[in-house]
Write a protein that binds this ligand. Sequence first.
Ligand code: XMP
Length: 326
Amino acid sequence: TWTTGSIVEEQVAEIRARVGGRRAICALSGGVDSAVAAALVNRAIGEQLTCVYVDHGLMRTGETEQVEKDFVAATGARLRVVDASERFLGALAGVTDPETKRKIIGREFIRVFEQAQAELIAEAGAAGDDVAFLVQGTLYPDVVESGGGTGTANIKSHHNVGGLPEDIEFELIEPLRKLFKDEVRMVGQELGLPDEIVQRQPFPGPGLGIRIIGEVTRERLDVLRAADAIVREELTAAGLDREIWQCPVVLLADVRSVGVQGDGRTYGHPVVLRPVSSEDAMTADWSRLPYDLLAKISTRITNEVRDVNRVTLDITSKPPGTIEWE
Ligand code: XMP
């Protein structure tokens, strides 16, 4: 039998013994797993850990700030935020194909991370230290899935699958590899991480880049961010955050529809709400949100978000639809 307290203690002791006087780095994604892994390693080795967060410009409202403020406030971890939005948006210019977008985002992420890594190694080297460890938030299901060899068809290229290039010589620290998601959340709580981080719903690594159907531009990202913030606010206010697995908001940027707003004709874009219920994201059902809540969301989005004049609801389960549209 184990308790979250004993897991933390055991891992802290083990990590301290392994790392000794050397250094470690950790890529933070904003998600639960990497945050908990980083907090745990930070508890063990403090200043010897540097976390790197790559802001690709495809984040939702408040996301980067949450990592910068809440995570650091809760853990005291040393954090380096790399603003790489220009680079990502440049690489995505003109691209509409979903898989191409995913590959570009994955590739740029690795490049930016490697660059930050090289800088840290150079700085540490100048101080006579060795950066020998890479922290990853690998969970038990990740281990099983990648080692299982079940031959599951690869439907989408997840940005972090395949991971970092093999020629980087790091020892991995994966303190969560025996745990399931709910256990990881408990460990996060034990480490004092706030609910905003620990209870977070899943959000894809490629971010809003795969929720804009069509080319990804700064303007379109702003439109989608505004609509998404309203949806999240209303779902939270309705107390549905735990019940709903996640609710992607998708901007159909290549589609226009006629509307009437104020006293004029508009020709704007539709957004799609994709609320789903799920146990593990392998299968999902569309969530039966209360009509009054849907009405409120629809009114707010069309009133408050420039360029959006229509709100639609996705009532497809997975399969046949995937959760994300791209
Ligand atoms: P799909 O769209 O395949 O999504 O039904 C299943 C779950 O995975 C999330 N997702 C991703 N997560 N990197 C991630 O870290 C990715 O590239 C990625 N693509 C999809 C999606 O949000 C859902 O929870």
